[in-house]
Design a protein around this ligand. Structure first.
Ligand SMILES: Nc1ncnc2c1ncn2[C@@H]1O[C@H](COP(=O)(O)OP(=O)(O)OP(=O)(O)O)[C@@H](O)[C@H]1O
Ligand code: SF4
Ligand SMILES: [Mg+2]
Length: 403
């Protein structure tokens, strides 16, 4: 059983203009100690997916259907009492903009202590010690002094570290990081990502990393979900998504990344604009922007197909041969795997040919190494399951400057 299992999640906002189907059938799972990347362009439903898991949607938003299981416990419909325990204690979130998440009128210490006392049984004094410890862990110098200061007295990088400290203070099983570095410059971005990786290894927690940056994903993630128009196009191990993409939209994303071999040439952006979520089409939502679109794509939304044990994709291209040479049966669609095998012969991996992945970050190699297969079976990074109440903490080395 995975730590978190999201199945066919549908979340809508009921506005004056109509029902905005922001999340429209997302499924994925997250194992203990793993990093899952949710990637997609602006408006694809990444944040709403995260807010649905935390059940912190705007008043007009509602989970319409689907299932979110945390350690086997159903969260959809579980009620506010259960969710209060989940938020902060079991799942924490770092929001997109640290400035809007920190209250400018309270000191850093006040806000950290409030978060800790709210989610744990610690007294105020114990919470102070814990807050100082957490600030130190995220490489904030002179933490005792910082506790008495206000958010505006800190740089953007420091505020983001404080947000991370706040999110980690209650040692959650899952940390959701919603574009944690978008507002920061490149050098600070790298430092924050490195810090998150270090903390993840030390604390053994799982992370959902939400981003539109494939470089971040390649550097950090074990598993990837590619989202478009509230659904997932493709999901699988980082190795599969980067080296064997099986959705035209993912291929487009990979083609839009600068590579060494493409220097001096024009990049290939994905043309067109995202779809109107008030009027989702009956066919594939990517069709208006897809050079490979076929008749079928306009009229029928592709099913999720098993490419292999570590990879699913919702793109008719994977069964093109089957319906070119005969009618696609319902059994083909559901099984996907048998159908995709037929298409395998002619399929060419996009990224591995042009070096796009290698050009992302050296971390791509790390992503590959994490998911190497031996004799057809995937070698899993072994992460010890946490005993209830026991937190894994290893190798608490310190270092680095405040940013
Ligand atoms: N309160 C709301 N009312 C109506 N629609 C909303 C609301 N919040 C989000 N949406 C819509 O839901 C869709 C998904 O939004 P979401 O914030 O999840 O996108 P995102 O993938 O996180 O994008 P970004 O990369 O810009 O953060 C968007 O079309 C957005 O306009
Ligand atoms: S299903 Fe069709 S339109 Fe959609 S991404 Fe695949 S080829 Fe393009
Ligand atoms: Mg967002």
């Amino acid at each position: 059983m995975s730590l978190l299992e999201v199945k066919d999640l549908h979340t809508s906002f009921f506005t004056d203009a109509g029902e905005v189907k922001a999340v429209n059938g997302v499924s994925f799972f997250l194992d203990r100690g793993k990093v899952l990347g949710i990637v997609g362009e602006s408006g694809s439903g990444k944040s709403v997916t995260a807010y649905s898991i935390m059940q912190i949607l705007a008043p007009t938003g509602r989970i319409v259907s689907g299932s979110i299981k945390l350690d086997g416990q159903e969260l959809v419909g579980a009620g506010e009492k259960v969710m209060r325990d989940v938020r902060g204690n079991k799942i924490s979130i770092i929001f997109q903009d640290p400035m809007t998440s920190l209250n400018p009128t309270y000191t850093i210490g006040h806000q950290l202590i409030e978060a800790i006392t709210l989610h744990t049984n610690r007294s105020k004094e114990e919470a102070w010690d814990r807050a100082v410890e957490m600030l130190r862990l995220v490489n904030i110098n002179e933490p005792e002094k910082r506790m008495k200061q206000y958010p505006h007295e800190h740089s953007g990088g420091m505020r983001q570290r404080i947000m991370i400290a706040m999110a980690l203070a209650c040692e959650p099983d899952i940390l959701i990081a919603d574009e944690p570095t978008t507002a920061l410059d490149v050098t600070i971005q790298a430092q924050i990502l490195e810090l998150m990786q270090k903390l993840q290894e030390e604390m053994g927690m799982a992370i959902i990393m939400i981003t539109h940056d494939l470089g971040v994903v390649a550097q950090m993630c074990d598993e990837i979900v590619v989202m478009y128009a509230g659904s997932y196009c493709e999901r699988g191990t980082a190795e599969e998504i980067f080296y064997n993409p099986r959705h035209e939209y993912t291929k487009g994303l990979l083609r839009s990344i600068p590579t060494l071999s493409s220097m001096g040439q024009r990049l290939q952006p994905i043309t067109g604009t995202p779809i109107d979520l008030l009027n989702l089409p009956e066919g594939c939502p990517v069709a208006p922007r897809c050079d490979a679109a076929m008749k079928r794509c306009i009229h029928e939304a592709p099913e999720s197909m098993d490419i292999n044990d570590f990879h699913k994709a919702s793109c008719w291209m994977n069964v093109k041969d089957v319906f070119e040479h005969g009618k696609l049966t319902d059994a083909d669609k559901l099984k996907g795997r048998s159908a995709t095998r037929a298409a395998d012969a002619g399929a060419k991996p996009v990224a591995s040919d042009d070096g796009a992945v290698e050009a992302l970050v050296e971390g791509a190699e790390k992503a590959k190494a994490k998911t190497t297969r031996a004799g057809g079976t995937r070698k899993k990074k072994t992460v010890p399951a946490k005993e209830p109440g026991a937190k894994t903490r290893r190798n608490t080395k310190k270092g680095g400057d405040d940013a």
